[in-house]
Design a protein around this ligand. Structure first.
Ligand SMILES: Cc1ncc(C[n+]2csc(CCOP(=O)(O)OP(=O)(O)O)c2C)c(N)n1
Ligand SMILES: [Mg+2]
Length: 363
């Protein structure tokens, strides 16, 4: 793990005004069509959603231009991922929230303050990539300073790893929690069932927010025909876990339900489960072409309509902001293109230190 290109500790972008509104939001009832959420918070989330989309679309262009090997990412999950990042208690160690995310988490990290260059360096496999030193796929983030454990290519393993940090948090008695995300198809893995079992044992419940982003696809296999259960969330109910299905395309609903679940976990020390229905706007990954899918709901357009109707933003706000971030991302890509890839001598860095399994040459 290398140092982030930006100063992470000082990169707390959420303004104090936004933070205040986040605190007060929990107590607010549904005062208006925005569920009582403050205008400054709404616009902050909208900005993060636009930034995340601009970044992801730049990553796709980088792939298509032949400057990267593979793309997988999160366009269509912004209304879910941004509120999650805004609400997470960011920091290092068990007193802060721990995040075990999967490869559709750019919106969450943008909301937590990740600079775009960190994502672009990872995408272009440069030695300067603070996540993996240029050695993993796009969106396979890792930021120890923020308790972001490494995103894994084998799906679902994060549901087991999350139990470990939740155990530590339970032991320390801090009001911090562990968050785990993943896709619908991955819930077929035993790791998912193990997470439900180990987080809900009577008297040993863990402070963990278990989530599934249901986009109705596992690469090219559709949800229908694969699931005997009515909702994935029903499986958590069998373990007496507080559980709900939400519209992950709705920014307000996502924010309110994530906040509600986090408050419950911090208060009771028990797990909660959220299944968020989301869109997959560019298909599975570059493996399926990464072309725009026109018949899926675009959560940014939905939120934009709400904000424009309320006169919170002007009708050209999204277009102008997107253009600003797009120009920024393009300039970063041009800069990063000339940076070096990882040196072969660093191949064993950051693996199991002093363990014979870390280096096959020692076998
Ligand atoms: C253990 C494992 N099995 C299979 C794969 C291949 N694979 C990569 S993504 C994916 C589909 C995952 O679908 P879902 O969990 O619904 O997440 P989504 O990509 O739709 O967000 C599969 C099968 C893998 N990476 N790891
Ligand atoms: Mg899926």
């Amino acid at each position: 793990m290398q140092k982030s290109s930006a100063n992470i500790s000082s990169n707390k972008k959420t303004s104090s005004k936004v933070k205040d509104s986040i605190k007060s939001t929990a107590q607010s009832s549904h005062k208006n069509s925005f569920g009582g959420l403050d205008k400054s918070l709404l616009i902050h989330m909208f900005d993060c959603m636009i930034k995340s989309r601009a970044l992801e679309e730049r990553l796709i262009k980088i792939y298509k231009a032949g400057d990267a090997f593979f793309w997988i990412g999160a366009p269509g999950e912004e209304a879910w991922g941004v509120p999650l990042g805004v609400l997470a208690n960011k920091g290092k160690g068990p007193k802060h929230d721990w995040l075990h995310l999967h490869y559709r988490c750019t919106p969450t990290l943008v909301a937590m303050g990740m600079p775009m260059i960190d994502s672009i360096r990872l995408m272009m496999n440069k030695a300067t990539d603070p996540n993996t030193g240029g050695r993993n796929f796009s969106n396979h983030y890792c930021f120890p300073e923020w308790n972001i454990s490494p995103v894994s290519s084998p799906i679902e393993v994060q549901y087991i790893q999350a139990l470990g940090t939740a155990h530590v948090q339970k032991r320390t008695g801090a009001k911090a929690l562990t968050i785990v995300t993943g896709g619908d198809a991955g819930t077929a893995e035993g790791d998912f069932a193990s997470c439900l079992i180990w987080s809900s044992r009577k008297g040993n419940e863990l402070p963990i927010l278990i989530t599934v982003q249901n986009n109705k696809w596992g690469i090219s296999t559709s949800y229908e025909g694969q699931h005997g259960e009515t909702s994935i969330a029903d499986r958590a109910k069998a373990f007496n876990i507080k559980s709900e299905v939400i519209n992950g395309n709705d920014t307000i609903e996502s924010y309110i339900k994530i906040k509600e679940s986090m408050d419950y976990i911090r208060k009771t020390g028990k797990p909660a489960f959220l299944e968020a229905h989301v869109s997959r706007l560019y298909g599975h990954s570059s493996a399926s072409g990464a072309n725009f899918i026109t018949n899926e709901e675009d959560c940014i357009s939905t939120f934009e309509r709400q904000l424009v109707d309320a006169n919170y933003v002007k009708s050209d706000y999204r277009k102008n902001l997107f253009q600003k971030y797009e120009e920024e991302a393009q300039a970063i890509a041009n800069q990063v293109r000339s940076e070096l890839g990882p040196n072969p001598s660093t191949i064993w860095d950051h693996t199991y230190a002093n363990n014979e399994n870390a280096d096959w040459r020692n076998f």
